[in-house]
Design a protein around this ligand. Sequence first.
Ligand SMILES: Nc1ncnc2c1ncn2[C@@H]1O[C@H](COP(=O)(O)OP(=O)(O)OP(=O)(O)O)[C@@H](O)[C@H]1O
Length: 231
Amino acid sequence: MIIFENVSKTYEKGTRAIKNMNLKIRPGEFVFVCGRSGSGKSTFLKLLLKEVEPTSGRILVDDQDLGKMKRRGKAVPLYRRKLGVVFQDFRLLKDRNVYENVALAQRVVAAPAKDIRKEVTSILTTVGLSSKYKSYPANLSGGEQQRVAIARALVNKPEILLADEPTGNLDPSNSQEIMNLLEKVNEMGTTVIVVTHNAELVNRMKKRVITMRRGVVAGDVQEGEYQDESE
Ligand SMILES: Nc1ncnc2c1ncn2[C@@H]1O[C@H](COP(=O)(O)OP(=O)(O)OP(=O)(O)O)[C@@H](O)[C@H]1O
């Protein structure tokens, strides 16, 4: 369970990026966080990743108070293992093939060698890329590259998948396929949080929609819609 209690974030120069955010996301939910550029979506993700600290308020993830977690030591890296992250620009290693890109995430957490092949093979099957395990990113379509990034984010079995504009670089048909994959991942048990301003896609998915406007939660609706130009 993710809980934001009266969370505000003011950056050094005085920009109030998040104002009094109250939010609960339950295990297994699929949530869109929508809003225009500058509405606070990235700051929300950074708070959840403990990349930035709230100016006030409290963030709890599975009863762990992020504010009480020591910056030094193992607590933050251990906490971050709960979270898989996917970005708009895929962020794959260009000089490694698909298999290696995904396996590396397992090596980072010192997974036993005998498990790596099994887990990587299994997750590549889930994302529909088992036949391309030897390909390099440059030889894959954007949609395929994002599938590799999703496999990499999921191979260590995080509880929560965070996707920051995952379809920002994709055409409509690849975007829909990525959304379908995220829905499948969610149905397999992972909590999925997707930050986006792609209203068309959001409105087709019929999921919970949290709308941010100038740092404030302006809407939070189950099977909701996002009206891009509502401001
Ligand atoms: N490191 C920072 N220092 C100062 N101000 C910042 C910083 N990061 C973000 N901001 C400001 O905080 C506000 C919210 O930004 P944020 O990046 O969270 O919005 P966003 O909805 O993710 O936008 P985008 O869709 O463009 O990424 C904006 O006014 C932005 O200029």
